[in-house]
Design a protein around this ligand. Structure first.
Ligand code: ACO
Length: 399
């Protein structure tokens, strides 16, 4: 057995694991993933059962509190979310200061960080529930507000009679000239989308939340860091990148075999977006659910999306291709999620924001777990130094 306290004192020994592919950064009881068998469970519950039977609110409660809520608990949680759904009116003026071309992820990350200046950061057991509810509820309001303000439209306020997902859709799409009709199938699709994104153990953005949080920064700042980390096209930004790739294929009529050839070419930085995963070496279990839901939703809404046809055709040839088979590359959650979001009416530049709304309970749960961990320490990785060992200082005029 290794004596950890002894190991901690051995400052000379450093392990190098680029990309942390085999390094455990923490112990966690939140999400179980088996990348070889394609299994994902939140707090022990299979993702398939949660996606079929639970609401996003229930899953958020489960991740953060460890148990599925009973009726009384979910009612209390829903009331708390409703009570904290409004955003301080002074924050509206911030939106007007961003240039028109700003990316919604940059805006969301800034606005979440700014929440700390408007709302007290409460740390006690009960008070923390208020901070958590504020975040979950206000992130959704901020996302919808940003959409409305950037279109030059009137902001729609949250309504206490609507559920979490209904409220988001209503804030996004209701307008005085065209009242939004809530379709239960669209609400269900959004709820499943958010559930499937709710946690995924120590991915890039969650690790960012834990690392930033380890300095004991306030929760708003840690979540803001998570949103920034999620933005990248190799992580959450892949859902936007997939749609851009599929649109390009359709518009330019690029033969699919050429797309695959580029993805396989080591001298070409192009990758098949929405394919591959650091942990899943088989089919991503979330993709199976998302793909089914995508088919169902488009049929129900009578939408014919050429991007879905291209995506299905690409998947069909890629999974038979020896390069993709040898590299264990299968479609990940992002491959079909953008098509679902398009059908709902979400603009492409907001896809990663939708991912962030979904991932929020996971980030909060992971942050909370790290704060409660008696073994938790400031995250401070080491490095293998490769620069010059020592050099004589040269004064400015002699260089
Ligand atoms: N297309 C073509 N080749 C790929 C792809 C892809 N999408 N993904 C990985 N590969 C190849 C790499 O070129 C590399 O090949 P080589 O060993 O012959 O040089 C090999 O597979 C391993 O690639 P890595 O980048 O080392 O694998 P890693 O586990 O670090 O990457 C990642 C995982 C980043 C997701 C990668 O598969 C990728 O870039 N996919 C496309 C972007 C994407 O869909 N991201 C979303 C991920 S899911 C999420 O975050 C929500």
């Amino acid at each position: 057995a290794i004596d950890i306290s002894r190991l901690r004192q051995m400052t000379g020994m450093i392990t190098l694991d680029s990309g942390f592919a085999n390094t455990g950064s923490c112990k966690s009881a939140i999400t179980f993933m088996d990348g070889e068998r394609g299994i994902l469970r939140y707090r022990g519950y299979p993702i398939e059962a949660l996606a079929e039977h639970s609401s996003f609110r229930e899953v958020a409660y489960l991740l953060i509190n460890g148990e599925l809520p009973n009726r009384k608990q979910i009612t209390r949680f829903s009331v708390l979310l409703n009570d904290h759904s409004l955003v301080h009116e002074d924050m509206r003026s911030f939106f007007g200061s961003f240039p028109r071309a700003s990316h919604p992820m940059g805006i969301l990350s800034s606005m979440v960080n700014a929440l700390k200046s408007f709302y007290p950061y409460l740390e006690g057991e009960e008070e923390l529930n208020t901070t958590v509810a504020r975040l979950i509820s206000k992130v959704r309001t901020l996302a919808a507000m940003s959409y409305k303000i950037f279109r030059g439209h009137t902001v729609v306020y949250p309504r206490p009679d609507l559920s979490y997902c209904e409220n988001f859709l209503n804030m996004m799409f209701d307008s005085p000239v065209r009242p939004y009709e809530i379709d239960p199938d669209v609400v269900q699709a959004l709820s499943v989308f958010l559930i499937l994104h709710a946690d995924h153990e120590q991915n890039c953005s969650t690790s960012a939340v834990r690392l930033v949080g380890s300095g004991r920064v306030n929760l708003y700042a840690a979540i803001s860091a998570g949103i920034a980390a999620l933005w990248g096209p190799l992580h959450g930004g892949a859902n936007q990148a997939v749609i851009e790739m599929l649109t390009n294929i359709v518009e330019k009529k690029i033969p699919l075999k050429d797309v695959l050839a580029r993805a396989k070419d080591r001298n070409d930085p192009f990758r098949l977006m929405g394919f591959g995963h650091r942990v899943y070496k088989t089919y991503d279990p979330r993709t199976r659910i998302m793909k089914k839901m995508c088919d169902r939703l488009l049929t129900k809404l009578n939408i014919h999306d050429p991007l879905l046809e291209v995506a299905q055709a690409l998947e069909e040839i890629a999974v038979k291709d020896s390069y993709f088979v040898d590299h264990n590359l299968y479609p990940n959650i992002d491959f079909y999620s953008g098509i679902v979001l398009r059908a709902i009416g979400i603009p492409t530049n907001m896809f990663t924001v939708m991912f962030a709304i979904g991932r929020l309970p996971g980030w909060i749960a992971q942050w909370k777990e790290s704060m409660d961990d008696p073994e938790w320490r400031l995250n401070r990785p080491r490095q293998i130094y490769t620069g010059p060992t020592q050099r004589e200082y040269v004064p400015l005029d002699e260089r």
